[in-house]
Each structure stands twice: as structure tokens, then as C-alpha cells.
Design a binder for this molecule. Structure first.
Ligand code: PSU
Ligand code: MN
Length: 342
């Protein structure tokens, strides 16, 4: 595939050729979104045991492994348990891999200073032969590089319109790629560090369908849905979700993504009035510290995890796993539709 610049893993390529389910997973969450150290959290581990028993025990969740690596491994495990093949996307030495095996994933996790790769970065980063994690935008771009397109993907929360965007102009390329790539993206809405009303408006402008999964309100990443901020649509079953995907892509010939907004698991959600104040304070502190551009989101995620005593981290890991599980169900149902190739 594409000489040495793009490498599609044979398991991924084989599954797509045979019309089986594939879920793309991003790696900016590994390189830039999560701590590179081990993480013990009793509340999380008991939640995992009750909701994802097959991910616990031998070969399952390893609390002594570096968290960033363990989370992507567990997301891949959740995708497999849901009957789909994971396609972890990331760059190693300038080669964009669509489907990193465990050894390559370990290499990316151990890379000393990996780049954060949005869609704009793929070509120059490849020329410079760097290692890097792909954002939602970078990963969506990769979903079109296979012989048949990848139709489902999972992440934590999408990037969007940042607070203070009218001064900084900071609007995530995730939105632009969602407008371009026909994938069903499962995410817990947009990250709560963003200007959420402006992000929803921009998704409207870009004509990306946003559908709540069993919720009327907008999921807010680590915080539960806001009932006051209603989503345009809600579906309660995967059958409805894929009916919408089929209608959107085939009957109405739209070529954008469908954003399936899946709330953080309630037991792991961060739900208190003080949280919004914390976000405001940390957004201001991050700006005062001079963070701009691609550094903003990673800096804010790190600050919030520290200042919340790890509670945002617990919610973030739980929602990543929950979104990977749901994306596997969606991918399986999409595969069963036998969509025409383009
Ligand atoms: N979801 C998470 N953690 C993350 C991200 C998503 O739970 O770190 C990443 C995704 O890769 C997303 C990126 O594309 O944050 C957004 O970065 P920016 O705002 O710079 O576009
Ligand atoms: Mn940005």
C-alpha cells in the first residue's frame, strides 16, 4: 500500500476486503492526552470489573503498565470483544500505520518526544521521518487510505471551538475532517475545555449530523450531558444509528461523518458545580503560561487531572473504553449493511 509512506496492517486490510467490521482508534490520546506512568485507581478498577469483565484478569487490564499504553490496549480489546478489528493509527519513523500491532504500539508509547499529528501534519511529519500520535483529524484522514474505507471510529471527546476563539482563532481541525470523511465517530461529545455552544453551532454549519446515544442533552466529555443544551437528534439503538448512517451516506449522498455522542458512564462521571469554575481557572492559567496551538489541549487535560485529584482521568479512561465498545457494535452493524464501496 502506497509504497513505504502508508502501511495498512494485513489484518485490517483483510477484514475490510471481506466486509468485516473495523474500528479506527487515534493515538494522540496516547502520545499527548494521558500520563505515561502507571495508574492505580480502585474505583475505576471495580467499575471495569463490573462493566467489562472480559477486560479484567489474565491478559486484561494491567494497572502496573504505563497508563497511556494500557488505555489503547484496552480500547483495542474492547473493540475485539465487540466483534470488530481495531485499526490503531499512528506514525513511526515517518510511516503512517493503519493498524499498529502491539509491538509497534509499545514503540510509539516509548518514543521520547512524539509529535501530535493533525491532518495538516501527515505529509511534512512523514518527510521528517518522525514518530507521532494522530489526532481525530489525522485519524479520520487515515480512514480513507485503505482499499475500502473504514466506517467507524472511537475517541474520547472531539476537539472543537476553543474558549476565546475570537481572539486566538483556535478551532480544531477535527471539525473540518468530520465534515469531509464518511465515518461514524463515537465520542463523548466535545471536550469540556471548549466553547461547547460554539462547537455545536460549527458542527451545524459543517452539516455533520450529531446524534445523542440515549441522551437528549449534549455529553460534555468527563461531565454528564447538559439537559439544558439539547442535541438535535437522539437514537436509542445501534439499529437506528446505522439506519441514519446508511441514509446519510447512501440515500442522501452526504459525505460527512456522523457524530454519535455517547455520555460518560454515569458511575465514573465528574458531576459537580465546582468543575466549571475549575475549567475556567485552568483555561486562563494555561493561556497565561503561554500555551497556544496544538499545546493547548494536552496542557489543559494535564492540569485538570492534577487539580481534580485524578477524577477527570478516571472519567476519561472510562469513557474511552465505553466509546470503543459502542463503536465496535456500530462497526459490526455497518458491516452487515454491505454498503456499496463509495
Ligand atoms: N479524547 C481524549 N483525549 C485526547 C483527545 C481526545 O479523551 O487527548 C485528543 C484527540 O486526538 C483530539 C485532540 O483530536 O485531543 C484535539 O486536539 P486539538 O484541540 O489540538 O485539535
Ligand atoms: Mn487547536
Amino acid at each position: 500500500m502506497h509504497g513505504s509512506v502508508v502501511r495498512v496492517h494485513e489484518e485490517v486490510e483483510g477484514a475490510l476486503r471481506e466486509g468485516r467490521a473495523v474500528v479506527a482508534l487515534e493515538t494522540a490520546v496516547l502520545t499527548h492526552g494521558l500520563p505515561r506512568t502507571a495508574w492505580k485507581d480502585a474505583a475505576f478498577e471495580s467499575w471495569l470489573a463490573s462493566t467489562h469483565p472480559s477486560l479484567v484478569g489474565r491478559g486484561g487490564w494491567d494497572a502496573s503498565a504505563p497508563l497511556h499504553l494500557e488505555v489503547v490496549r484496552a480500547m483495542s480489546g474492547a473493540v475485539r470483544r465487540g466483534g470488530a478489528v481495531p485499526a490503531v493509527v499512528g506514525m513511526l519513523g515517518g510511516v503512517l500505520h493503519v493498524g499498529l500491532d502491539d509491538r509497534s504500539l509499545e514503540a510509539l508509547a516509548a518514543s521520547p518526544s512524539p509529535a501530535k499529528l493533525s491532518a495538516r501534519d501527515l505529509a511534512p511529519a512523514s518527510t521528517a521521518r518522525v514518530d507521532g500520535g494522530t489526532t481525530v483529524a489525522g485519524t479520520l484522514a487515515a480512514c480513507r487510505l485503505t482499499s475500502r474505507p473504514i466506517r467507524a471510529m472511537a475517541t474520547g471527546g472531539i476537539g472543537g471551538v476553543h474558549r476565546g476563539w475570537s481572539e486566538s482563532g483556535d478551532v480544531s481541525a477535527d471539525l473540518r475532517l468530520l465534515a469531509e470523511v464518511p465515518v461514524c465517530l463515537v465520542a463523548s461529545g466535545a471536550k469540556s475545555i471548549l466553547d461547547l455552544p460554539a462547537t455545536l453551532e460549527m458542527l451545524d454549519t459543517l452539516s455533520v449530523p450529531v446524534v445523542g446515544h440515549r441522551t437528549d442533552g449534549l455529553p460534555r466529555f468527563t461531565a454528564p450531558p447538559d439537559p439544558a443544551r439539547r442535541l438535535p437528534w437522539r437514537h436509542d439503538s445501534v439499529a437506528e444509528v446505522v439506519a441514519t448512517c446508511r441514509r446519510h451516506w447512501i440515500d442522501f449522498r452526504r459525505s460527512s461523518a456522523v457524530l454519535l455522542a455517547n455520555p460518560v458512564p454515569p458511575a465514573m462521571a465528574l458531576d459537580d458545580g465546582a468543575f466549571e469554575e475549575l475549567v475556567e481557572r485552568e483555561v486562563a492559567a494555561s493561556r497565561a503560561a503561554g500555551h497556544a496551538g496544538a499545546a493547548v489541549t494536552p496542557d489543559l487535560l494535564r492540569r485538570l487531572a492534577e487539580r481534580s485529584g485524578g477524577r477527570t482521568l478516571r472519567a476519561n479512561v472510562a469513557l474511552l473504553l465505553s466509546n470503543a465498545s459502542l463503536a465496535a457494535e456500530v462497526a459490526s452493524a455497518i458491516a452487515a449493511l454491505n454498503l456499496p464501496e463509495s
